[in-house]
Each structure stands twice: as structure tokens, then as C-alpha cells.
Write a protein that binds this ligand. Structure first.
Ligand code: ZN
Length: 344
């Protein structure tokens, strides 16, 4: 029986030696050490031995079982480690590889500037004029007459305005102010609106001028509107758009459709008021025009100037974007050069 045990032991060891994988090991364990395995069938014969032999052979059988268990475990662990390494090697992700570049579309800087300005005024209680009240193709009546611009005014010259060749008195609007008239003709005060849009001028194109650009027009008409309200709204707008600590000044000016009129300057953002090339050494930058709506304009749209007053303002989107982002050539907005547009 002892010989039998030793034979099984050496044949099991030989099998373990030849094993190639974890499943081979499992098979060997099943063949020799399971309840129906070869060892168990021999161990069943122990009961027929003398007590002395039982002790000797039993001890030998236990010893062999333990040896085989540890050999199997050793081999199993080695295979397990090897298979694990293999799997890790195959599944390895190279985190040093750069990711795929997916180009993103961007909002044009003039669109984002317009959106920003519109949103500031919306937060100040202004609503945006419906597009049909702010057409780009206008009659002289809305672009000039109703804005108190006299027939002989130089702005009405073909040098400044694009006139339609096929129809009399039709122009590409030279300002968004016409929208004020459309609004006042169709709505009763209180009116508190802004109107962003494209305007056209018959200009020679250079770094500062283009033959079309964008304006945002504002109008507030109600009882007891004063120049103080105008200053409050515009100072608040400039504070938000340019940042808190930026001084402004209101300069006396002239526009046909407002009286009194003013131009608003902001302290130069390049030199902080010390004087530089951008501000022509003055320390100030002009940002918008404004004024109290002229009594003649109110009368022309049927709003009683004895009851109502109002203010209007207009600003160039290109100019405000150029000041904020330190852009020195207006043509950059329209060339569609991706290297420029990608910066925003
Ligand atoms: Zn300056």
C-alpha cells in the first residue's frame, strides 16, 4: 500500500510538472485529490490495516496529500500570475497618446459682443425690438425725415448713404434709429427697447471704417424721464461691460433727433487715462452717442411731449468689441480668417 501511494505520488508529480495551464492543474487536482480521486480510493483501504500500519501509512498519505496540495498551489499561482500579466499586457491603454482633436465651432466675436450688450440691457429692463420693426432696407422717411434730419443734411448725400437705384426714396439704413420710429408708431409709452442690427454707409474701407457695421439702438420713453435716468442707465451699462472701476464722461454733442445730445467717453482701457496712441493722447475713448428724444420726433409719432419724455442712445458693436479686445483693424471682423476668429 505504501508502494501504491508512492507510485501515485510520483505519477502526480510528473503530471504537475507537465501541466501547461490553470485548467491542467484543476484536472490534476480532480484526478488525484478529489473525493473520487486516486488517493481517496487507496485511503479507503486503511481500515483493513493493523493499528501500527494505519499510523505509518496514514501519516505517509497525509504527507503526500500536503505535498501535492502545495505543489499544485505553487504551480497554480505561477500560471495565474503569468495569465494575469498576459492579460494586462494585451489590455494596456497608452495614456501618453494624444486625444483625437475635434474642432469646435465658435460664436463670431461680433455676435458674442452683441449678445453680451443685449443681455446687459435686458437685465436693466429693456426688451429687444421685433425684427419687422427694424428693417435693413428703409425708406428715406424712416431713415431721415422722421429722425428730424433735414433734406439738406450731408448724411443724406450719396457720398454717405446707399440709395436704391430701382426705387425712389429707398435706402440701406445708415443707422438703427429708424427702429425707434417704427416702435413709437406702433406702441404706446412706456417704451423701453433696444434694437441691434446691421447698418450701411458709403465709406472707403480702411482699418477704422467698413461699408457696413453693427449698431445697438436704445429708447426709453415714459413720464418723467430725465437726463439723470439716461446717465444712470449708460453708466451702469459701461460699468458692467468694461468693468467696475472705469470712469466715464458725458460730452456735449449734436444729433438731429435728440436734444440735448451727448457723447459718452470711457477712460482709455489701454493706458488707464495716461494718454496713448489708441486714445490719441487724450486718455478717453468715445463709446456711444445719446440724448433726450427731440420734441419734434415725439410730436411726429403722436406722443405728447407735454406728458412724455425719453432718451435714446446708439453704439457701434465693432467699436465696443475693438475696445474690449484691443483689436486695431475693423476689417478683421469680416475677413473670416480662422486664426483671428479662433481666439474668441
Ligand atoms: Zn490711451
Amino acid at each position: 500500500m505504501k508502494t501504491q501511494l508512492e507510485n501515485i505520488y510520483s505519477s502526480a508529480k510528473a503530471d504537475i510538472e507537465k501541466a501547461q495551464s490553470i485548467s491542467d492543474i484543476d484536472e490534476i487536482r480532480l484526478k488525484y485529490l478529489s473525493r473520487k480521486g486516486e488517493f481517496n480510493s487507496i485511503k479507503k483501504g486503511l481500515k483493513d490495516l493493523s493499528d501500527e500500519d494505519k499510523r505509518v501509512v496514514g501519516a505517509l498519505a497525509n504527507q503526500i496529500t500536503q505535498d501535492l496540495e502545495s505543489l499544485l498551489k505553487e504551480k497554480h499561482d505561477a500560471f495565474y500570475q503569468k495569465e494575469l500579466n498576459e492579460k494586462l499586457r494585451k489590455d494596456r491603454i497608452d495614456i501618453t497618446l494624444s486625444g483625437k482633436y475635434i474642432p469646435h465651432g465658435k460664436v463670431h466675436p461680433l455676435t458674442s459682443t452683441t449678445n453680451e450688450i443685449v443681455s446687459i440691457f435686458q437685465n436693466l429692463g429693456f426688451s429687444v425690438v421685433a425684427p419687422e420693426l427694424s428693417p435693413e432696407v428703409e425708406t428715406e422717411y424712416y431713415n431721415f425725415d422722421m429722425l428730424n434730419i433735414p433734406k439738406e443734411h450731408p448724411a443724406r448725400d450719396v457720398q454717405d448713404t446707399f440709395f436704391c437705384k430701382l426705387a425712389d426714396n429707398v435706402v440701406l439704413r445708415s443707422q438703427t434709429s429708424g427702429a425707434q420710429i417704427h416702435v413709437m408708431e406702433t406702441q404706446k409709452p412706456p417704451i423701453k427697447v433696444i434694437s441691434p442690427g446691421r447698418v450701411y454707409r458709403n465709406e472707403n474701407i480702411n482699418a477704422r471704417k467698413n461699408n457696413f457695421f453693427h449698431q445697438i439702438e436704445g429708447l426709453y420713453v415714459d413720464k418723467d424721464i430725465t437726463f439723470g435716468d439716461l446717465k444712470g442707465v449708460l453708466n451702469e451699462f459701461i460699468r458692467i461691460y468694461f468693468g467696475a472701476a472705469r470712469p466715464t464722461r458725458f460730452r456735449n454733442s449734436f444729433f438731429p433727433f435728440t436734444e440735448p445730445s451727448a457723447e459718452v467717453d470711457v477712460q482709455c482701457i489701454m493706458c488707464q487715462g495716461k494718454g496713448c496712441r489708441t486714445c490719441s493722447g487724450t486718455g478717453w475713448l468715445e463709446v456711444l452717442g445719446c440724448g433726450m428724444v427731440d420734441v419734434n420726433v415725439l410730436k411726429a409719432v403722436g406722443i405728447d411731449p407735454e406728458v412724455y419724455s425719453g432718451f435714446a442712445f446708439g453704439m457701434g458693436v465693432e467699436r465696443l468689441a475693438m475696445l474690449k479686445y484691443a483689436i486695431d483693424d475693423i476689417r478683421l471682423f469680416f475677413n473670416n480668417d480662422k486664426r483671428f476668429l479662433e481666439q474668441f
